[in-house]
Design a protein around this ligand. Structure first.
Ligand code: HEM
Length: 192
């Protein structure tokens, strides 16, 4: 029974951790783009994003990570045999990368607060793809374990998913560019 409790809270922790990681970097996008706003809007927005980032990191993201890892330790201690599984070793290696990413986000958060971060909104959007890739790999490993299928059907499905994600990104990029062009046209006509 303890095993199921640990697994349930392990998954709850995973959901909170990832919700926090995804939203945190989305806030970085807005924070970086606030530089394009005139004063006093720029300072007001940056202060607000700084508060939101700090709260999100300390109230959702870090506790999500702790619950995930503590419950994973609970799972392993109730069934130590599982430690012999190859899939778990690969999963733990990816989770280590994820923990590194989590701490890297904290560094970026501090740099943004000090006004020392040179990243653009576009670069933060690209950074937000990293946890998506790790999430997909970890969940596939956790579900398929040592039987992760690598046949042609799997690759076709995987290719379709990648193509779908890429087209959503391209569409979002086009919408952003159209919006920027419209804003420039409006600015030029108001200056005339
Ligand atoms: C400290 C790192 C982690 C360790 C040691 C760990 C270990 C485990 C273990 C032992 C199980 C039980 C497997 C079973 O009952 O068959 C499990 C389940 C699971 N884990 Fe993790 N985990 C970790 C982090 C993560 C992360 C970061 C995610 C998500 C991105 C994740 C997603 C899952 C999922 C979806 C399951 C349920 C699999 C199933 O029941 O079929 N785990 N994990």
């Amino acid at each position: 029974m303890a095993y199921y409790w640990f697994k349930a809270f392990h998954l709850i922790g995973v959901v909170a951790w990832f919700a926090g990681l995804f939203y945190l970097v989305r806030l970085f996008v807005y924070h970086a783009e606030a530089n394009q706003e005139p004063e006093p809007a720029q300072s007001i927005l940056k202060n607000q994003y700084e508060i939101m980032e700090k709260r999100l990191y300390s109230i959702i993201t870090t506790p999500g990570m702790i619950v995930t890892v503590v419950c994973a330790i609970g799972l392993i201690s109730t069934e130590p045999e599982i430690l012999k599984s190859g899939w778990l070793h690969i999963k733990m290696a990816i989770v280590l990368l994820l923990i590194g990413y989590h701490h890297y986000c904290k560094r970026i958060m501090k740099q943004l607060a000090k006004g020392e971060c040179q990243w653009t909104g576009q670069q933060f959007r690209a950074l937000n793809e990293a946890p998506t890739i790790m999430l997909v790999l970890i969940v596939l490993l956790a579900v398929f374990k040592n039987n992760l299928p690598l046949d042609i059907t799997t690759w076709v499905v995987f290719g379709l998913v990648v193509a779908m994600v890429a087209s959503i990104q391209l569409y979002a990029k086009k919408r952003r560019q159209d919006k920027e062009k419209l804003a420039q046209v409006e600015l030029a006509s108001s200056a005339e």
